[in-house]
Ligand binder design. Structure first.
Ligand SMILES: *Cc1c(COP(=O)(O)O)cnc(C)c1O
Length: 348
């Protein structure tokens, strides 16, 4: 086996969905965000598993992702497009029955001009300044939009993973001001917003990263395991160097294992030389020197027997632990997981 093995546990993902669903009132609809191919784990796989939990609405970023999801998971799910109705999307939106979340006055005009009977939602900017209509823009089109019965009014929180951040309450107030009394379903919360409590839940919540086992949902159960095979081991003497740029030097006799995964598999170079660990069962080993494109090197001197593979993401090291060491976030670790891994889906 020349590639790493990425094991995905759809039942664990379903548990995370149930836990997040359980945090809001029963009347609140808990959807799922499966953009970027389900945060790198496979949007079709995840949608099919979550449909068994009763999930009906799925969000993706791009219309093209919506098309893939429709083909993979069938006709019954309600697929919503966060990038809205962009130039060139019209036929795909219509043919694959995808619902754009319109996010500018231009998009609203485009949609009403060329797909006027097709369902849509609207994104409002409550302070993140990324997507959505600002309050004054919303005022200018609100009456026309409401006349066409949008399926959803939504906004997104910029700092929901920081409960103390005053922007959360400001965005909440702004969203209320823009949407109170309009009789259209509303949504403000992603994973972080769900954890902020019921004031943030409105009619529909949109968890993404928490489903996949990532922060800020710290009680998530792990959904993936990543195991990397050892290609060879060697003994090095004090003074010898390992890897590109002589990234590490042995001080004492050491045994080095070379593993078959590198930055081309999403193990970003920033993981090198940062006390990143990798596990032989319960025993931690240190990743040494620089991460190469297809390989990384590990100190296995202290192992009595060297196993065939070591676990990089496992019960001892979560995606967020790994992200912390590499100076990034779990989202980036997940969505960078490489195409070369052999994927094992538990339960299949
Ligand atoms: C990505 C995204 C989500 C999901 O966010 P998580 O932090 O992964 O839960 C929800 N809504 C919008 C608009 C998004 O872009």
């Amino acid at each position: 086996m020349g590639t790493g093995i990425l094991t995905i546990n759809p039942d664990a993902l379903a548990k995370n969905w149930q836990a997040l669903d359980g945090m809001s009132n029963q009347a609140v609809e808990t959807t799922a965000v499966v953009k970027a191919d389900g945060y790198g784990l496979g949007a079709g796989l995840i949608a099919k598993r979550l449909m068994r939990e009763g999930v009906r609405i799925f969000f993706v970023a791009a219309t093209e992702e919506g098309v893939e999801l429709r083909k993979a998971a069938g006709d019954t799910l309600d697929i919503r497009i966060l990038s809205g109705h962009m130039a060139g999307d019209t036929e795909l939106l219509r043919d694959f029955d995808l619902t754009p979340m319109l996010n500018s006055v231009d998009q609203i005009n485009r949609h009403f001009d060329i797909l006027s009977d097709h369902p849509f939602g609207v994104q409002l900017d409550s302070g993140m300044n990324r997507l959505g209509l600002e309050p004054a823009e919303w005022d200018s089109v609100k009456a026309d939009v409401l006349a066409k019965s949008p399926v959803l009014l939504m906004s997104h929180l910029a700092c929901a993973d920081e409960p103390e951040n005053p922007l959360n309450a400001q965005q909440l107030t702004c969203f209320h001001e823009m949407t109170d009394g309009l009789d259209v379903p509303r949504s403000l919360a992603a994973t972080g917003g769900i954890l902020l409590g019921p004031d943030y839940h409105f009619d529909l919540v949109r968890p993404g990263v928490g489903l996949y086992g990532g922060a800020p949902f710290t009680n998530a159960v792990p959904v993936i395991n990543l195991s990397l095979p050892i290609i060879q081991t060697r003994d090095v003497q004090p003074g010898e160097y390992v890897g590109y740029g002589n990234g590490w030097q042995a001080q004492t006799p050491a045994k080095i294992a070379t593993l078959a995964a590198g930055y081309a598999d999403g193990l970003i170079r920033a993981m090198g030389g940062k006390e990143t660990q990798i596990f032989a069962g319960d025993t931690a080993c240190e990743v040494l020197g620089r991460v190469s494109m297809d390989m990384l090197t590990v100190d296995v001197t202290h192992l009595e027997t060297v196993p065939e593979s070591l676990d990089l993401i496992c019960e001892h090291q979560s995606i967020d632990d790994l992200a912390d060491k590499a100076g990034t976030i779990g989202y980036e670790i997940l969505t960078s997981l490489g195409a070369r891994y052999t994927r094992r889906i538990l339960g299949e």
